[in-house]
Structure formats: C-alpha cells, structure tokens
Design a protein around this ligand. Sequence first.
Ligand code: ARG
Length: 463
Amino acid sequence: MKKNIASARINIESSHLLKVLNDSLPFDKELFKEDIKGSIAHARMLSNKEIISNDDFALIESGLNELLSDIESGKIELNEGDEDIHMAIERLLTAKIGDAAKRVHTARSRNDQVATDFRLYVQNNTIELANLLIRVIKSFINIAKDNTDTLLPGMTHLQHAQPINFGYHMLAYAVMFKRDYERFISSYDRNNISPLGCAALAGTPHPIDREQTAKELGFKEPSINCLDTVSDRDFALEILFNISTMMMHISRLSEELILWSTSEFKFVTLSDKHATGSSIMPQKKNPDIPELLRGKTGRAYGNLISLLTVMKGLPLAYNKDTQEDKEGVFDSVHTAKISLMVLIEMIDEMKVNKENMKKACKVGHLSATDLADYLVKNRDMPFRDAYHLVGNIVNEAEKLNKDISELSYQELKSIDNTFAQDVIEVLNITNSMNARVSKGGTSTKSTKEQIDILNSWLEKIVK
Ligand code: ARG
C-alpha cells in the first residue's frame, strides 16, 4: 500500500471519493512559486538556528531551485496524485535529494505554510493590480486632456440635467480608480505580516527566528498571535472586496459605454477590435467587451460572498473549510487582470464623437439652472421663485418646440419683459458648462485643475 506522507496514522488507502473532495492540488498548484520560496526561507532559518545542518540546507536550497525551474519550464508537471501543492513539493524534493528533504517540515505545519503561500500570492497580485490601475488612471487622464471642452449632457436619473464636458466625465472614473488603487495599497500594508513559524496553531518549541523568514519573504514583520494567523483569511477577503468594488466601477463605465455606442446616443465608437458581429444579422456590431466586463462583475461578487460565508462559522483555528478560500481568489485575480488590461486598450482606442455629444446638449433645457441662478444673482430673486419662473419659461419653449438655449431675446422678453440682453449669454450651453468654476466643478478651468491634481498625485506615487 502507498503510504500517504501527510497521514501518519491512517493505514488504509484513501477512498477515491475522499481524494476527489479533499485534494486541492488541481487548483493550489498555482501556488508552487510561493510554496518553494517559503520553504527555502524556512530551511535557511532552520540552518542559521542550527536546527538543521548547513549541508542539508545546501541540498534543500539547490533541490528546491531546481524544482522551481523544472516546473516553470514544464519539465515537471503537477498532476493529480498528491493531496496538495505542499505535499507535492515535499515528495518531489524527497525524490530529488533524499532524506534532507524530510527535515524541511521541522517547526512548520501546513497550516502556517498555506497561510504564508496564499498571503504571498495575494500580496504579489495586489501590487500587480495596483500597477495596472495606474495605467488605467493614465488612460483616463489622457482622454480627459483631449476633451476638456467637449460638451456632453450631464445626467441624473438618465435624464439630461446640466451640461458638462466629456473630459470631466472621464475624470470621474479616474478618481474612482484612484480610490481603488489606494484601497489595494492600504490592504497590502495592513496584511504585510508573516504567518511562517506559527506552525499548527500554537507556535513551536524549536528556537526559530520568525523575523528572519518574514524579512526574506518581503513581509514587514511576523504576525502577533499564531492562533489568529493560521485561521485568518481577512487578507483574501480584502482582495476579493477590493476587486469587487473595482469591478463595480468598471461595470458602471461599461454600462455607459454600451449606451453611448447605441444608434440612439452614438457618443462613442468602440474600435472594431473590441466588438463582434452577429451570426445572422450582417449589419451588427455588438459591444461585447463592455458587456463581458459588466457580466464578469457578478463572479467577483460571488467569490467575495462565497468566502465570507465559508468563514462565518469557523471555530479557531484551522479547519479544512478554509481550503475553499483559493479558487475564488484565483478566479477574481485572473478576472480583474484581464478586465483591467482590456479596459486600457478599449479606452485608448475608443473614438469620441464630439459632434454628437454637442448635438445632444441642445435638448433637455440643460441651461435652465443657469437661468435661475442668473435671476438670483442679478435680480435678487429668492431661488424658489426663480426656479418656478424658469419652469414657466421651459413650458413656453416646449410649446415653441425649442430648447431654452435656442430662445431668441424677443421670445424671452415676451415671457418676462424685464429680461436684459445678457440673458442670452447665460442660456448658452458652453457658457453654462464654463460657469461652474467651483472646486471640483465641470468648467474647462476646473477640469484642468483636476487633471493637475491627479498628475501630481501620480508623480508622487510613481517615483
Ligand atoms: N490544502 C490545505 C489548504 O489549502 C493545506 C492545509 C492543510 N492543513 C491541514 N491541517 N489539513 O487549506
């Protein structure tokens, strides 16, 4: 009978069904690099502390490095058979270097080992996602720079509200993605502590040095309490939440791009590279990329809810339920990366149909609020009275089948003969957009200030 190296007291071969349910190698093989790195750091510390010999460490280190390149090059494939990535690496190392390999697991358990590997994976991918977000933010700033005076109807309730510029609208997304970046970085900082050396749950009687392994693996310091550390998956929940929020932002943008690509809007034209046709309707060009991004947001949420649910009833410390933490995180990380990469390409190559945006500003009486503001400022009218007067003017304009910005001075005077000539300027759509000079507002001037703020933030973080 083949003896399972991770079961000392079980003397019969595992049920095939147990293996199907229990084995995590088919998915946790994604952690092979982290597992090998962690084992090298652990073994180096064991030899420094004279818990294993220098000779054994030398064999372990070179054996593990060889394994790393064999797996990376495909010379060794991690197939089923082993229970998980940790047992697979230990078995392969033992086959390579013999007895020295059996000493690596001194003062360690798979509980701190998997917590270390998985945390390293999450930390590395957090930085990769944050770096991709920087590229996304730059793309939005670039498109904003070219469109600080491109008029666009700003909406509330999906109804025309006030004129804005397209650059300002793009900056709204730049700012959302900046928040996402900051959320990833703060999770990285908070979670940058090492589980290695916590062993099964209670630490170890061996004279280990957790500071040394923490440092070698790029963690700030060892964790405070081993019981918490081996059962903590907050770091995984944080990346799942951060990805979910980021995907929600991508999904909102996607929804707008889908609307803006319709023949009703025609505000943007997505590159043919990012659209597909229909198998029956020869004329079709469908916005599949934003639709997929919007759709994939659902799986990101699902992965978050799934792990929150797995964790909610677990007594301390490790429980096998926790093995369910990985697939969702891998899936969310892969989904987030491809989504960000395609988003950058799509934004960079999207055509902005400025004329159509401008034309759309001629409907919906976008400058109505400006007229009310004018009456408040120039006639000292209480805002509520001005608001009702402008409502009447809007009704009159509708009767004439016109937008209020198209009313002539004569027409305005016939409604209220106290209007002065300058009212025409107030109703002008470009003037309305540019009137909003308050901080964070939509005027071209304020939009440019926002671009400057974002650029100096970028300069500071991309040192
Ligand atoms: N494959 C396991 C996991 O991902 C590793 C830890 C197993 N620990 C144990 N005590 N059975 O959670």
